[in-house]
Design a protein around this ligand. Sequence first.
Ligand code: MN
Length: 318
Amino acid sequence: MANLEDAAHFLRGADKILILSHRSPDGDTLGCASALSRALIALGKSVMFRCADPVPPKFTYLFEGIEYGEFEPEHIVTVDVADKTLLGSLEPYGDKTDFAIDHHASCRPFAKETWVEGTAGAACELIARLIPALGAEITPKIADCLYTGISTDTGCFRYPNASANTYRIAADLLEHGANAAEINRLMFDTKSRAAVALLKRLYGNMEFHCDGKCAVFCLTSDVIAETGASEDDLDGVSAMVRQVEGVLLGFTLREREGGVWKVSMRATNPADASVVCAKFGGGGHKGAAGCSLTGGLEDVKARVVAACGEAIKALENK
Ligand SMILES: [Mn+2]
């Protein structure tokens, strides 16, 4: 397993670098990519960035002013990508990846070298340490990018993955000019009208199972179409299922094409979402995990509820 020094050594000697983010990109993978791009470009290197899905509008500010090159990449780096399948349509790059930088304990290494720290709240924490090790400066713009990743991956520092070290790194970013209050307002205190319409529907049809210890949101294609919600509006919805008192495991079922349902699960301590999702071939963290199932809505829901029920029973029998 590689470490910070290995990553710094590799990048110092590399040029014509392609940085890859995971599909359905979030603030962390994009914060990593934009911050690392800025640092490498400042060091005189040619950098490209690719992601299987478009950058959501709320995150485009991360990439403002970056001048990417067009070239045949010689080195490939992934950021916040725990598994090559998460590269989406860019999965063929997985086997060609030289260096993967990640913070998922469930990471399934695919690159030639992998630096993973499962205790980091965000992959941006690793990049925040990497940039000075490369000999580059944390500019105010880089500080914004890294702060965005840390803040979004820790739910604005509310999740247990926000460690003392997370706060220290964030404090350092503020000293380097990060606009923390404005970033948090944009990320956490701003909702579109479509998002509000979506929430009305979701709360209106919210289901409770297992004596109220399991909650479910059904995000069908119909609901999404009727409310006009964008991907951006769907962001953060998954975290709301466990806001209800007494809920240990909550999940959102998102309809995909061909009868596929994407499950986004959230857990409240001591429940473990990654253990439940692993039963269906998925993974993630203790507090947040995901998996995919195929079938009719009621059938898929019943299977996941049953798995949650077993996990809750196991906790009660402990
Ligand atoms: Mn992350």
